[in-house]
Write a protein that binds this ligand. Structure first.
Ligand code: GLU
Length: 422
């Protein structure tokens, strides 16, 4: 996009994120200079993270923290541990966080971090050392008023506790507001662990209602059975939806009458995977998103609905629990097929909404009840949903185009009110 930026590959999350931005800019009629500013991260840090392994050898991993925008407040976004992490992916995820925070009106800009490591290959002690070293490397650019990490793929509340402790040790006092998604006993928020799933299920039900689909007779599949997919599957099943199939990195399982999500959860707790679950049939995970159901919830990684499989999608509704699961090419194909896509920046915003509540509670040293958290979460998701639906219909846009345009407009408004320094 920017004249001095290196050329982007033909596809990938950053290419898609920048194309989505370009579309929103064209729709809003914004000048090229502002466009270039928003296509570029405000701050990027690349670090190498040396790890002393349990056997005494040293391994070194690439790590990144990207802060896309600060116009609406401190930067906010998850930290990912995955071998797929690279700078362009983190840039895209940071940009999407800016739009997500603006869309659900939490006072943050977007950020994301990542370490190119497979957490499944490491002991807890090694993960702790990697987390602490990564934190100490990015320490100059994080803080409760600067940039607030949270869990993402491959990280969890334990990771957040280590980050908080490392940061706190360096400044000399406990700073609970430096991360969100912490354990409850360290100032985490009630309802945070289920927040993304709750938001996904909530918008899925609103999308179904808008298409006249009764949850009682409806069917769904959920790709991914981790932090987002597992809770979403449970909440959808509790709403009467038959969740017929779920998958994870090791396999996929299917049951015509609907999976028993509680029993499947127990199986996953015991074995680490949905594969081998006795209450269902094993199926090929690659066909999951093309199964004949009403709702598909991709809740794993980017780029799983592509130009290669989009035309085979049979669902009428896709609810993006993951960030960037649908490529732009697939998006165009699905739009022609009149598939309703609830875009990631809306569908999975429940996580950052309750992260914001956690940050507010931590900064005030006060805890809200779980009911209060859930009610406020649903209220914000509902408001954002109606904003997107109204904007899409007023401007004849897809929900993704409408959500991005609304969010970009809000970021630009904040930028213009503050003015460009100096
Ligand atoms: N990693 C989550 C996301 O992609 C949560 C981010 C946060 O809570 O800051 O939205």
């Amino acid at each position: 996009m920017s004249t001095d930026a290196p050329a982007l590959p033909a596809s990938g999350p950053l290419t898609d994120a920048r194309a989505q931005l370009a579309e929103a800019i064209a729709h809003l009629g914004v000048d090229a200079g502002t466009h270039r500013m928003l296509a570029t991260s405000r701050r990027e840090m690349a670090v190498s993270v040396p790890l002393r392994r349990d056997d005494g050898s040293i391994a070194t991993y690439e790590g990144f923290r990207v802060q896309h925008n600060f116009s609406r407040g401190p930067a906010k976004g998850g930290l990912r541990f995955s071998t797929a992490v690279d700078l362009d992916e983190v840039r895209a995820l940071a940009m999407w966080m800016s739009w997500k925070c603006a869309l659900v009106d939490v006072p943050y800009g977007g950020a994301k971090g990542g370490v190119a490591i497979d957490p499944r290959e490491h002991s807890a002690a090694e993960l702790e050392r990697v987390t602490r070293r990564y934190t100490s490397e990015i320490l100059p650019i994080i803080g409760p008023e600067v940039d607030i990490p949270a869990p993402d793929i491959g990280t969890d509340e334990r990771t957040m506790a280590w980050i908080m402790d490392t940061y706190s040790a360096s400044v000399g006092h406990t700073v609970p507001g430096v991360v969100t998604g912490k354990p409850i006993s360290l100032g985490g928020s009630l309802g945070r662990a289920m927040a993304t799933s709750r938001g996904v299920a909530h918008v899925a039900l609103m999308a179904m209602a808008s298409r006249g689909v009764d949850p009682a007779g409806a069917t769904a599949v959920v790709q991914g059975f981790g932090k987002v997919g597992r809770g979403a599957a449970r909440l959808l099943a509790e709403s009467g939806v038959r969740v017929q199939a779920v998958s994870d990195v090791d396999g996929a399982v299917w049951a015509d009458g609907g999976l028993d999500i509680a029993r499947l959860g127990e199986h996953v707790d015991e074995t680490g995977s949905v594969a081998g679950f006795s209450g269902a049939e094993a199926i090929d995970a690659s066909i999951l998103v093309t199964l004949d159901v009403d709702v598909v919830v991709p809740a794993a990684v980017e780029g799983v609905i592509t130009a290669d499989n989009a035309a085979d999608v049979k669902a009428r509704i896709i609810v993006e629990g993951a960030n960037g699961p649908t490529t732009n090419e697939a998006d165009a194909i699905l739009a022609d097929m009149d598939v309703l896509i609830v875009p990631d920046i809306l569908a999975n915003a429940g996580g950052v909404i309750v992260s914001y509540f956690e940050w507010v509670q931590a900064n005030q040293a006060y805890q809200w009840s779980e009911r209060e958290v859930n009610e406020r979460l649903e209220e914000r998701m509902t408001r954002a949903w109606h904003d997107v639906v109204a904007y899409a219909s007023a401007h004849d846009l897809s929900y993704r185009q409408a959500a991005t345009a609304l969010a970009v407009r809000r970021v630009i408004e904040a930028h213009e009110l503050r003015g460009l320094y100096p």
